[in-house]
Design a protein around this ligand. Structure first.
Ligand SMILES: O=C(O)CCC(=O)C(=O)O
Length: 360
């Protein structure tokens, strides 16, 4: 494993896919960033979050954790609160199961946790804009939204959002997968059709605790992951590289890229806040079976209601970071006053908003 981690680090830094966010004079993503993102399927933006913002995100999470139950048995999904997922320390909750539409077909190795480890670890939080205002402000980050516009067009729409937590010596693995579940055989399939995720990092990531990505795999269509892992004879896929970041970095990762992470046996925590966006025409009128079994249509009304969260986030950020120029979100031009972040919209727009997520 040490050798894999060492060579992975070297290969990660050789890819040339990291640096600050840069735009051209006409507001396009800098061509060097665009080229590297398209070649690799991910890019590490260095330092878009200032220390203050990182600390506020950490404080939001710490507050959530002090209120969170220790185990799944006692978890209550209260309305208006983020929802929580627990797993056995160092286990692989998804690999080889039909969870997440069966997109994790191969099991990861599961190291033995320490004898005194708790029986469960909290590894995933979703619906994070309910009661975590620093996360909401992050959602309204003008430079990140400009990147979203550059990649998905000015009428881009939300996907979903979450926090992955990998506690030292406990963090569960995430078996190799590609995120997309619906458009692999679409007549206009292309490398952007399943959207992308921003991954904002609150901790330094290391080869041991990082997300790993197979560069270029977002262009390959649906990959036979089980065969790939079987052929490799190991869950250490030889072409993968770790997504190495400092606190305050925000990576962007194509959802079609093959990615996964190992159980965190290291002494270092990782916390990644994941926020996804789609092209509007990827989701409009898509029929999707939800986890509960019912089928929903992502019609204009649902997309509009879910997109209001972006406009609220822009407003929440505007009144907090007063020296920043707020992002102008095209679908809400002229509707700004109806979409202010207030105690009323906290309830009417944010409570349960994640039930309107646009998963594809
Ligand atoms: O951060 C991780 O370890 C897993 C993230 C992931 O797989 C995802 O967001 O799709």
């Amino acid at each position: 494993m040490d050798d894999y981690f060492r060579t992975g680090r070297t290969r990660a830094f050789e890819l040339g896919n990291r640096g600050p966010i840069r735009f051209t004079d006409d507001q396009r993503l800098h061509p060097a960033i665009d080229e590297a993102y398209r070649r690799c399927g991910f890019y590490v933006f260095e330092g878009p979050l200032r220390d203050l913002e990182v600390h506020e995100l950490e404080a939001d999470l710490a507050e959530l954790l002090t209120r969170a139950p220790a185990y799944r048995d006692s978890a209550v999904e209260a309305q208006g609160r983020p929802a929580l997922a627990f797993g056995k320390p160092l286990s692989d909750p998804y690999g080889g199961t039909d969870k997440n539409y069966g997109r994790h077909p191969a099991k990861m190795s599961e190291p033995e946790p320490a004898q005194d480890a708790p029986k469960e670890t909290l590894y995933f939080v979703y619906g994070i804009f309910q009661g975590m205002d620093a996360c909401l402000r992050l959602y309204g980050h003008p430079d990140l939204l400009r990147v979203a516009e550059a990649i998905n067009g000015p009428d881009f729409v939300p996907f979903a959002d979450s926090i992955w937590i990998k506690e030292p010596g406990l963090g569960t693995s995430v078996a190799w997968h590609q995120d997309g579940t619906t458009h692999w055989n679409h007549p206009r399939w292309n490398e952007d059709i399943h959207g992308f995720n921003f991954m904002a990092q609150l901790c330094r990531t290391t080869p041991q605790n990082a997300l790993w990505v197979v560069p270029g795999s977002h262009k390959l269509g649906k990959i036979d992951i089980k065969a790939l892992v079987d052929d490799a004879g190991t869950d250490r896929l030889p072409d993968a590289v770790p997504m190495l970041c400092e606190p305050g970095d925000v990576a962007i990762c194509n959802r079609q890229a093959l990615h996964g992470s190992f159980a965190n046996t290291s002494a270092d925590r990782r916390v990644s806040i994941v926020i996804g966006f789609h092209r509007r025409d990827s989701v409009l009128n898509v029929k999707k079976e939800q986890r509960a079994g019912e089928t929903v249509v992502y019609d204009e009304d649902r997309i509009h209601r879910r997109s209001r969260v972006i406009q609220l986030a822009i407003d929440a950020r505007r009144s907090y970071y007063r020296t920043e120029t707020p992002y102008v979100y095209e679908p809400f031009i002229g509707l700004e006053d109806d979409n202010r972040f207030t105690e009323a919209t906290r309830k009417t727009v944010l409570e349960g908003y994640h039930l309107l997520n646009l998963g594809i």
